[in-house]
Design a binder for this molecule. Structure first.
Ligand code: HXC
Length: 260
């Protein structure tokens, strides 16, 4: 498929998706969301792809939010549908079986912060700026921000950020746990690929079960979450890669994982 608003590449097991509307600082409109959905579906279903990296083109913005020009004259029904579209696309990223890394190369505001938050974790450049400025536009975060931000940084900090609409820099985002690491801009993509390479050295199915256990466990009570972990742990023993991983260790050699 040809994309107009994103760039989607595949380098063997690692796919990268760049939001690419530099004239609007990569703001998200309906077409862009639909293209992201399509690329995510490809990344999910292509058996060769094991990790997805999401970033923005240009040096200034990851994503500066949902497209304000597009939203300006929406009716309530259209506004709800737009929010629901973004929610659905971002949820498809969050629930994708394979890890997704956000490489935050600049402004991650509103829908951009929400896009970063639906990824498994975030690596940012020192110049990155995070925030949920929606109340300053007469709206609230609508692509999952009211739900994911408190889960990531706690309700108090999320409320402060959302009510004040304040922007924070990468160091503050690091301090509150919104990003995992801050790396120089020149190394962001290489570093994200290095992390992806580390991930793909391991048994793919085990990584996927770990993602599922964490994501599902985070939204249920601890007893059910432990049962889920036990079930998925047990399921690992139905894979060839579990046998291979443990046999390779005992034979003092590197494992050859097949994803089976
Ligand atoms: C549409 C946008 C945009 C956006 C920037 N642009 N952000 N267009 N939607 N979210 C456009 C500008 O209009 C401008 O177009 C061009 O990109 C460059 O932006 P400038 O403002 O000139 O750049 P700069 O002065 O460097 O300021 C950068 C900025 C600022 C601080 C990031 O652009 C900004 O505040 N943007 C809006 C951020 C925001 O409020 N995001 C949340 C949106 S609401 P022209 O044509 O003039 O060159 C949201 C809701 C999500 O995300 C949920 C929806 C359901």
């Amino acid at each position: 498929m040809t994309y107009e608003n994103i760039v989607f590449n595949k380098e063997a097991a690692i796919a990268s998706l760049y939001i690419n509307r530099p004239q609007a600082l990569n703001a998200l409109n309906k077409d862009t969301l639909n293209e992201i959905r399509s690329a995510v579906m490809t990344a999910q279903t292509d058996p060769e792809i094991q990790v997805l990296i999401i970033s923005g083109t240009g040096e200034k913005a990851f994503v500066a939010g949902a497209d304000i020009a597009y939203m300006q004259n929406l009716t309530p029904v259209e506004g709800r549908a737009f929010g629901a579209l973004g929610q659905e696309v971002f949820r498809s990223i969050e629930t994708m079986e394979k890890p997704v890394i956000a490489a935050v190369n600049g402004f991650a505001l509103g829908g951009g912060c929400e896009l970063a938050m639906c990824c498994d974790f975030r690596i940012a450049v020192p110049q990155a700026v995070f925030g949920q400025p929606e109340v300053g536009l007469g709206i609230i975060p609508g692509f999952g921000g009211t739900q994911r931000l408190p889960r990531l940084v706690g309700a108090g900090m999320a409320k402060q950020l959302i009510y004040t609409g304040a922007n924070i820099d990468a160091q503050e985002a690091l301090r509150i746990g919104l990003v995992n690491q801050v790396v120089p801009a020149a190394t962001l993509i290489d570093y994200s690929f290095t992390l992806a390479q580390k991930i793909i050295r391991h048994a793919p199915q085990a990584v996927r079960y770990a993602k599922l256990a964490i994501n599902e466990g985070m939204q249920t009570d601890i007893d059910r979450a432990m049962t889920l972990e036990a079930d998925l742990f047990g399921l690992c023993f139905s894979t060839h890669d579990q046998t291979e991983g443990m046999t390779a260790f005992l034979e003092k050699r590197s494992p050859n994982y097949t994803g089976q």
